[in-house]
Design a binder for this molecule. Structure first.
Ligand SMILES: [Zn+2]
Length: 500
């Protein structure tokens, strides 16, 4: 267990610097160009962090800040299934309230500054300093800041963060290079803001997170080729160079003789090896097949299929046009488009299940009577068991043209028990690690689909932390531990016991 040291009889001071989805192996490969990460790693210790990201990459921040697993906090994606409304809906503090651990610190009188922690819903009231969704990769709220006058002050000093929204469509090289430019300037701005907050206000616990490593990893991950339209390897490196500068500049604003600094990432990034583009087309065929196998559930005219104009549009409007339109319309309109792509044209009483919005793994939801407002499959019924078996068999049968297995496994969310398990997808499909295919054979025929999210990078499950303790040089690796152990570690450090 990592210990946080503090001098006898003094209050602890802890600064957490998060680099969202930053990849440790990428940092280590480029260490000669990243002097501040290099120095931090030489002071160590380095600890690998395990997380539920292998199943639910979208769950890691609530898992970290509540110290509970996704079955308890209920968050796995920005756009989740609302069983009462039968639609996909952006997560919010009103719908899925979860309190970050630093609010407990504030109640105990600890002076807190929290800057852009992803997927942390803004508080209703706040005793400390908290900035939400100014420069975050995932936007779960509008930009808010406490105390109340801070937002105006931030906009006056720093303006808006240039990262903007991510439109999940293929991108041209010039669009990617614009992303690179926005991220590099965004890192510099956030670094300045972090230094300003650190030096202009008293604090005991400081946490700031850079979302640029997350967006950059997805959009700028090098594809290893050197074709004219391929992304140059320097694009992502430029973002990491900016992050390294930011790290050096923030560390210089902290009194390291009295502060424990935790540099961390909750999950990582690598080449995008997702085959998620096959999930919706295969689920169409699974549902059609289930209609044949269970005619009693589907009277004539009620075969389970989706007739959605929005899905047709989303699949056929050119990516460049979607990229132009999306930033011009309000968030609720973009969310409605995503929702209708998955849910419009459904005859719910005759839809046994559907694919949900996902980023890496496949997410599948059963349409359960008593749980979904218009559910059709009875819990514990033989029909549900047959449907689940058909999904598992169909996905397991997926093979590339060369005969390689496409999926890794099909998991059940029952592996994450808790009071909010019912907010998770029922089945999670993982991949075998092949390059994304555009054709796959299955027991239900051949599927043709392209990965078209514009993401060259996707998540890896392991994160890391480097702990810099006052007066201690220690570069040995600590035992790996889970991201759920971080918050209790901080809370203990500020409790009466002090040293842990
Ligand atoms: Zn991501």
């Amino acid at each position: 267990m990592t210990a946080i040291n503090k001098p006898e009889n003094s209050k602890p001071k802890i600064a957490m610097l998060g680099f969202d989805a930053a990849e440790l192996s990428y940092i280590q490969e480029h260490l000669t160009m990243l002097p501040n990460f290099k120095r931090a790693l030489s002071c160590g210790p380095l600890t690998h962090l395990s997380s539920p990201a292998q199943m639910f990459p979208g769950s890691v921040w609530p898992t970290f800040y509540t110290a509970t697993l996704p079955g308890e906090h209920g968050i796995h994606h920005l756009m989740q299934w609302d069983a009462d409304a039968m639609r996909l809906r952006r997560i919010s503090g009103e719908w899925l309230p979860n309190e970050p651990f630093w609010r407990e610190l504030e109640r105990r009188g600890v002076r807190v500054i929290a800057l852009d922690v992803p997927v942390a819903f803004p508080p209703k009231e706040c005793a400390g300093v908290e900035v939400s969704s100014w420069g975050a990769h995932d936007q779960v709220s509008l930009f808010t800041a406490y105390p109340r006058d801070l937002k105006t002050e931030i906009l006056r000093r720093f303006g808006e963060h240039p990262m903007g929204i991510e439109v999940p469509v293929d991108k041209s090289l010039s669009e990617r290079m614009q992303v690179r430019k926005n991220l590099v300037s965004g890192v510099a701005l956030k670094s300045e803001m972090a230094r300003w907050l650190l030096t202009s206000r008293p604090w005991d616990f400081f946490i700031a997170v850079f979302g640029e490593s997350h967006r950059g990893g997805h959009i700028l991950w090098p594809d290893g080729s050197d074709g004219e339209s391929s992304i140059p390897a320097s694009a992502l490196l430029d973002v990491y160079l900016a992050l390294d500068n930011a790290l050096g500049s923030i560390l210089a604003a902290i009194n390291l003789a009295e502060t424990t600094v935790i540099i961390f990432a909750l999950h990582g990034m690598g080449a995008n090896l997702s085959q998620e583009h096959f999930v919706t087309p295969l689920m169409d065929r699974v549902n059609a097949k289930f209609g044949e196998l269970e005619p009693g559930l589907f009277p004539a005219g009620h075969a389970p299929r989706q007739r959605s104009v929005m899905r047709l549009l989303r699949e056929n409007v050119p990516p460049w046009l979607q990229s132009k339109i999306a930033p011009l319309v309000p968030q609720f309109v973009r969310d409605a488009v995503v929702d209708r792509q998955f849910t419009s044209g459904r005859d719910w009483p005759h839809t046994p299940g559907l694919a949900l919005r996902a980023d890496n793994n496949g997410y599948i939801r059963f349409n359960l009577a008593g749980r979904e407002r218009q559910g059709m499959l009875e819990r514990g019924s033989t029909s549900l068991a047959r449907y689940s078996d058909l999904i598992r068999e169909s996905f397991s049968s997926l093979r590339t043209a060369e005969g390689s297995r496409v999926i890794g496994d099909v998991f059940s969310s029952e592996e994450f028990p808790g009071k909010r398990t019912h907010y998770l997808p029922d089945l999670i499909v993982s991949w075998s690690g092949l390059e994304p295919a555009s054709r796959a054979k299955s027991t239900l025929g051949t599927l043709v689909a392209e990965m078209d999210t514009g993401r060259g990078g996707n998540h890896r499950g392991v994160g890391f932390q480097i702990v810099l303790r006052p007066g201690v040089q220690q570069n040995a690796e600590d035992q790996p531990f889970a991201i759920t152990e971080l918050a209790p570690m901080i809370l203990r450090a500020f409790s009466d016991g002090g040293v842990i």
